[in-house]
Design a protein around this ligand. Structure first.
Ligand code: SF4
Length: 344
């Protein structure tokens, strides 16, 4: 068995200096919100300088829920690509593309699906959580497709939150099975864990579009203020003058991200009762709107140039496909399934 990782010989198109590769993916659900920005996007923007990055809008994954209305995906993809670019992902440093534009994802998914048993998949927590709503064959295979997404670019790392560690485990396991069964082709990917701030929605649950508790990047400043005014706060602090508990308040969590010196400026006057919730929320809205203004301005410019956005996705898919094809050639060769002539 050849110990050398063959796919390491595959250069990252456009930048041979960067040694390691990262794959990040997001389901195209349309425009993004502050939770996506602080929980993932800002991190990706930083990482694109250190790694070669493939940033995939995973439309085939979205089909598990949207299979009846796939027409919604096109606009969702466009809006999400606009937000990626507006937040600072740079198509020169990072291939931004749509999963289904690179058919090799499906090919590697099929191969990986032979290397895992059905009982292993039915024991995975994501399947157990959602199997009542989504009991399709496609949904069962969702984590296998996810593993293929990662390994197709021979990614070394996947930026995830600590709670998503299990998603990487399967990719690592399938890469390792393949390597020991045939020949070492894949890196065995690991999670790249970065501390990200906890961002909660207006109802004090995780910020999510599906809960309608979110702060969309495409809100106007007025809509942002209105949503912040609707935020849950410390229930013991009803009137100005009542002492509050900022540590249990989602507004304070947002202040910690968007207000410089929040621990000194916001927490003590909240505790003493000097700061009322209405003023506190207005200050947050001012600071949040100021921080989002450059992203919103860029967003507006991009919306006026839809052809540019589609061109970015198309060029990103071309670059991703180039890498994917090189990796799949190694896969077919390792499996002795290259049927063109006498090539080994
Ligand atoms: S003053 Fe601010 S931090 Fe304190 S409870 Fe009210 S909204 Fe929360």
């Amino acid at each position: 068995m050849n110990d050398k990782n063959e796919a390491d010989n595959v250069s990252a198109p456009g930048d041979a200096r960067k040694k390691q590769t990262i794959l990040s993916g997001m389901q195209p659900t349309g425009s993004l919100h502050v939770g996506n920005l602080e929980g993932a996007l800002r991190n990706w923007v930083r990482l694109q300088d250190e790694y070669w990055m493939y940033c995939c809008l995973v439309d085939w994954h979205a089909l598990t829920a949207e299979y009846k209305d796939p027409h919604v995906l096109k606009d969702n993809i466009f809006q999400m690509a606009v937000d990626f670019l507006a937040a600072g992902l740079d198509p020169e440093r990072c291939a931004i593309f749509v999963q289904s534009e690179v058919k090799e994802h499906a090919e590697l998914h099929l191969i990986f699906s032979m290397l895992i048993t059905v009982p292993t998949l039915t024991r995975l927590p994501t399947y157990l959580e959602k199997k009542q709503q989504l009991d399709s064959y496609g949904f069962l295979g969702y984590p296998v497709l996810q593993a293929a997404d990662i390994c197709l670019y021979n990614a070394h790392k996947v930026p995830v939150g600590k709670d998503q560690e299990k998603h990487i485990w399967l990719a690592n396991d399938l890469a390792s099975r393949f390597n020991s069964l045939y020949r070492k082709v894949f890196n065995e990917p690991v999670g790249l864990f970065t501390e990200t701030p906890l961002i909660l929605g207006a109802d004090n649950r995780k910020m999510s579009k599906s809960y309608n508790n979110h702060l969309p990047l495409d809100f106007t400043e007025k809509q942002t203020l209105k949503r912040i005014k609707s935020y849950y706060t410390d229930p013991e602090k009803v009137h100005q003058g009542d002492p509050g508990h900022p540590e249990g308040c989602p507004v304070f969590l947002l202040h910690q991200v968007y207000t410089a010196g929040a621990s000194e400026e916001i927490a003590p006057p909240c505790r003493s009762g000097e700061l009322g919730c209405v003023d506190c929320k207005t200050r947050l809205s001012d600071n949040l709107n100021a921080a989002l203004r450059p992203i919103r301005d860029r967003r507006a410019q991009l919306l006026a140039q839809p052809d540019y956005v589609w061109d970015v996705l198309s060029a990103g898919a071309d670059r991703a496909r180039q890498r994917a094809r090189q990796v799949m050639d190694k896969v077919r060769s390792a499996m002795k399934m290259n049927y063109r002539g006498n090539k080994k």
